[in-house]
Structure formats: C-alpha cells, structure tokens
Write a protein that binds this ligand. Structure first.
Ligand code: SER
Length: 314
C-alpha cells in the first residue's frame, strides 16, 4: 500500500516509517526539514511545509497515496512560545492536508491527537466524550483537527480516524512537549547520570511506550470502518507519578540521580491534563490493548538507548 507520512522526522514519525516500511508498504516521508535519518533510510523523503495549501496539494497529487498519516505539528511546550505559528502549522496545516486528501481521492487519513485536548475540571478517569477545555494552543488546534477530520468524514466520506495519545516515550528524543520529562529521565540518566525534571514529583499524566503507540495507529487504520462508532479514540497504557518513573530509572540505571525543579509554566500544563484516560471504547470497537507497563517499557527501552548513546553508563 502507498502511504504518505507528514511530520515524518518527529518522534512518532521516525519509528512509524520503520514499521510501515518493514510491513512492505511503499512509504513516502515528508517534513519541513529533512532529518539526518533521511539520508540513511531506504525510502523517498519530500520537503513539505504543511502551511502551504498548494504545496500540500501538489505533493499529495504527485505521490497519490492510499493512506496519509498526518503527524506534522508543534507540541505543547514549544507551541506556547509562538502560539500564532502553532496555529498556522497545526490548524491550517491539518485543513490543508484534509483538503488535499479530499481533492486527490486519498482513501484514509490517520491523525494523532493528544491528552492536551483536555483541561479542568476533569474526573480521575477521563472518557472520550467530555467538555474540552484545553490550556494550550496545541490542545486547541488538536481539537479543531479532530473536528475537521470528522467533518470531512461526514461531509465527503474521507475515512478520517484519530487517536488521542498520552505522552510518548521512545528511543527517539521528543521535541518541545510538556511530557518530555519522562523520556528525558531515561536519556539523561544514561547519557550523563543525572537529570533535573521540570515537574513536581507527584506530577501524573498518562504515558505510553512508542511500540504500543505505533501499534495503536496501525490497528486503528486496519480496523473495519463499520466496527468504529466514532472517529477519535482515547488510548491509554500507564499513569505513573514522575517520582515513580525516577525510581524506576534509578533502579535500572544504578547511580542515576534524578531531581525535581518544577517550572511553573510547564507544571501548570501538566496539572491541566488528565491523570488517566478511559480507553474502553477503543478496546471495545477495535480491540485496542496496551502491552507495556512502566517496567516492561524500561526493560525494552534501556538496551535500545544504550546502543544509541555512545559511552552510556551500563
Ligand atoms: N507529548 C505531548 C506534549 O507534551 C502531549 O501530547 O505536548
């Protein structure tokens, strides 16, 4: 199957390319700037600024993909540094991608939404359908992306599907997210032996290991549409406190020293997000089930990071 991925140079994209390519798909990667990995990968990379409607339309027309994974976005923390640019990329970019897909008869669009669509007041376990009060431009634009996609499905029959991801942890560094304290604990413990987290020890948000996140995207994409009762689904894995992650890292990387110095702006964003997501509709409709908890993630992730980080402590 021919697939186009936007934002392919990001944390999700780089790993997604690998699994789609391994599955035998003809994968076309695109991003506004080509990452160093673009040279090493045996697949076509295209420069694409999603804010340019004509540029997006031209690439979708040229590649003629059956499915588009639309990942291009500015994350929450970086987004607050320039909300207007975040709007242009996340909001106009998503409209441009949906419109190009409609005009060029793309069969399906997969979209990555987020826990950042939620905001207070929230129950302990947050369901799919609840009043949405995001506190970041990232969250605002991701809700709009969900709604636009669902509109394109109802209005034009474009098969739009989305997951709301927790914070994601992987062997690829994230760029500008508020959940970055979690992956950074692992990276920095191995790289330099210490890390000062920008959150409180009791900060708690839903998190997920990347292999589960990728499987969620692929399984949602493959699910028969008639089984889906909605276009957008919560997916969940585990919800440790930041202290629990720090303890887990210290257990697995002897000598690692993780301390806490909360940054008020980023801590406020974390405080506005769910502590745990209810993903029962994804489980019911398309059989979603996470495979990694905190401990299983640590066991799988650390050897990968040790390989990537030269001179990492053992
Ligand atoms: N990881 C994202 C962020 O921190 C949340 O979706 O912005």
């Amino acid at each position: 199957m021919k697939i186009l991925v936007t934002g392919a140079g990001g944390q999700v994209g780089l790993d997604l390319l690998r699994i789609l390519h391994a599955r035998g798909d003809e994968v076309h990667a695109s991003d506004v700037a080509l990452p160093p990995e673009a040279l090493q990968q045996d697949l076509p990379w295209h420069r694409l600024d999603v804010t340019g409607a004509a540029e997006v339309d031209a690439l979708v027309a040229a590649v003629a993909p059956e499915v588009v994974f639309h990942l291009a976005a500015i994350l929450s923390a970086r987004g607050e540094a320039d909300p207007q640019r975040t709007y242009a990329i996340n909001q106009n970019g998503t409209l441009n991608v949906l419109e190009a897909c409609r005009r060029n008869s793309v069969r399906q669009v997969i979209f990555t939404s987020t826990i950042a669509v939620f905001g207070p007041p929230l129950p302990d376990l947050v369901p799919d359908d609840i009043a949405l009060h995001p506190t970041t431009m990232y969250g605002v634009t991701k809700i709009a992306g969900e709604l636009l996609g669902d509109y394109y499905f109802r209005r034009y029959g474009l098969d739009f599907r989305a997951v709301r991801f927790p914070g994601l942890i992987s062997a690829v560094l994230p760029g500008g997210g508020t959940s970055d304290y979690a992956p950074l604990m692992y990276f920095e413990a191995l790289r330099v032996g210490h890390y000062e987290a920008f959150c409180r020890p009791d900060a708690t948000i839903p998190l997920m290991y990347m292999p589960d996140a990728l499987r969620a995207l692929v399984e949602l994409s493959e699910a028969p549409r008639e089984r889906l009762t909605r276009s957008v689904y919560n997916v969940a894995a585990f919800s440790p406190t930041a202290r629990e992650i720090a303890d887990e890292v210290a257990r697995a990387v002897p000598g690692a020293d993780i301390t806490f110095k909360p940054d008020p702006a980023r801590q406020a964003i974390l405080d506005s997000w769910p502590k745990a997501l209810d993903d029962s509709l994804a489980r019911r409709d398309w059989g979603w089930i996470p495979r990694h908890d905190l401990q299983a993630m640590t066991a799988d992730l650390l050897p990968k990071l040790r390989e990537l980080l030269p001179g990492a402590s053992t």
